[in-house]
Structure formats: C-alpha cells, structure tokens
Write a protein that binds this ligand. Structure first.
Ligand SMILES: [Zn+2]
Length: 317
C-alpha cells in the first residue's frame, strides 16, 4: 500500500472553474472555491506487493472523476468535503519503478467550497498537516508478474523473488480491469502505514471459489459478498454433517470386519483404536480389508462355480 499525496492549493483558472461548475448545482466563482491536487495512485509496487498497470491507471483516471473525498474514514456523506473534477495520467521519465519502468501516476484535481465548515481542513492542507489521501478502487483481475497467469492460478507468491529472464525478479500482482473507484479520504498522519490504496475484489463476482481465492491473496470481503459466503458456509456445514454420518457408518463397518472372531478384550482395544483414526486412516484400513476379502472371494466362487469340478476331486490323484 502506498499513500496518495496532496499538493498545495492553486488559483482556479477559468478553464478549471468551468470544469468544477459541471459538478455544482449553481455556478461558483473562483473566490468561492478552494482548489488542490492529489496524487491518487501509481504504477510502482506497493506495500501489498501489488501494482497498477499504466492501462489500469488510464481507466481509473476516468473512474475517479466526480468521486467525493471524505475527511475521515467513516464513509458518512456528512463528512464529504471535496470532489475530484479532473484526472490525468502523468509519466515522470526521471523516476523509475522497481521494475525500471518510467514512474506513472494519476494526478487528480479536487475542489472544496470555501465555507466555515471546511476552514480547518483547508488550513491543515495548506500547512501540510493533511498530506496524504487513502483511495479505494475495485479491480476484477490480478496477474502474476512472473508468469503472466491469473494470480490465483499459479504458485508464485507475491513479495518473493524468482528467476525471470536470468535475473532475480520480485513477484508482484498486476491489478487489471478496474471496475469502480470509491471515495477517497484525507489521512492526518503522513506516516500512517495503513493509509494508501485500498483494492477491493469486484463486487459482481458471484462465485464463492473466486471470493475465497481473493481472500487468500489478501483481498477484502465486501458487504455484497456476505450472502454468497453465508450460503457457502451453510453448504459446507451440510456436507460436513453428511461426511460425519458417513464416517461413523464406515467406522462401524471396519469394526465389524476387523473384530470378527476376536475376543471381547481384543475387540475393545481395536474398537478404541478405530475410534481415534482419522478419516484417511479409516478409509485406507477399510480398503485393505475389502481387498483381502476380494482376494479370497473370487477363488472360492470360481471353485464352487467350476463346471469341471468333480465331487471329491481333491482326493483324486
Ligand atoms: Zn506466476
């Protein structure tokens, strides 16, 4: 994860004012507007060992236009204080990412009405106290930087190094197909490590297996997914209950097979040992008992069923 950066306020130009007024109910004048810039996200590897591709940044820059900023993480509409009215993707050729590519980022312009309510926040931004923002977005695809396959389908672990083209290379997940951009929040303490880009799984995914894969990869669970997960857990519980019943039945069968002909004492010891077996051990034992029986049965059967079998033939020399 990394932090978006706030940049000092600037004078509103006529062009910017007309862009801003597309989002306001009435036309505001330049004097009524506080204008500032935010670096939302970039193409470098972040603290989660994930990164946006330049293509993703281009798509996100469109999705973030019109999104509101909130002054804390409550997500309440009453805390909304600023709105992004313009985004552009900028490449800094002098700065490189960990992969040696030109550093590329989304720079957003945001405005706030100059009202008493936001006076403290404006002062904090100008004074550099509010320096960073935390932004949230949703992507539907994560790609492994080592092998290029869907991140959930390969065995490479993000954050580790692997040989790629003869060089030790950091494995990261490339975030593709952005489907939504959420609100963004001001972060009071610049060094706050939890601040930064929140990447969520696509809420439209209705497949529990995909959701679980994403969770294993450090993804977040969304409110939209709770009913899918609840249903999945119910199905698992049902299967577990059926498996438990089946296991008990198998135990009884194995006990009957193994204890046949044993005395009470030996029978008790065997019963107790079988009772403590794992499902895997129990099935292995059952299988070997069955195989033993199979080996015996066909021989007996073939002897009895043999048409050339003559009465007392075993005694004939
Ligand atoms: Zn891979």
């Amino acid at each position: 994860m990394k932090n978006g950066q706030l940049e000092a306020s600037s004078v509103v130009t006529d062009e910017e004012l007309s862009q801003i007024n597309k989002f306001t109910r009435r036309a505001f004048t330049a004097d009524e507007i506080y204008n500032f810039s935010v670096v939302l996200c970039d193409n470098d590897v972040d603290r989660d060992f994930e990164r946006f591709t330049v293509d993703t940044l281009n798509k996100l820059s469109e999705l973030f236009v019109g999104k509101t900023g909130i002054s804390d993480h409550s997500g309440k509409s009453s805390d909304q204080c600023a709105r992004i009215y313009y985004c552009e993707v900028i490449t800094d050729p002098d700065r490189k990412t960990v992969y040696g590519e030109p550093y590329t980022y989304i720079k957003a312009k945001a405005y706030m009405p100059k009202t008493e309510k936001f006076a403290d926040l404006v002062t904090e931004i100008d004074a550099g106290i509010k320096k960073e923002v935390s932004v949230g977005c949703q992507v539907s695809k994560r790609v492994c930087s080592i092998c290029g396959s869907e991140a959930t389908l390969c065995n490479h672990k993000k954050g580790r190094h692997y040989r790629k083209n003869g060089k030790s290379t950091l494995c990261s997940h490339e975030l593709e197909n952005p489907t939504d951009a959420y609100e963004w929040s001001f972060v009071a303490v610049p060094a706050q490590r939890s601040a930064g880009v929140t990447k969520k799984l696509d809420a439209t995914i209705e497949n529990s297996a995909e959701i679980i894969k994403s969770l294993k990869n450090g993804g977040e669970i969304l409110a939209e997914h709770s009913s899918i997960i609840t249903k999945y857990i119910e199905q698992l519980e049902e299967k577990a209950a059926a498996a438990e019943e089946y296991l008990e039945l198998q135990k009884a069968r194995v006990i009957a097979l193994v204890c046949e002909g044993l005395g009470d004492k030996e029978g008790m010891i065997i019963r107790s040992a079988i009772g403590r077996m794992t499902a895997h051990e129990l099935f292995s034992l059952y299988k070997s008992c069955e195989e033993k029986q199979d080996k015996i049965s066909p021989q007996l059967y073939s002897k009895k069923g043999n048409q050339n079998f003559k009465k007392n033939s075993e005694f004939i020399i």
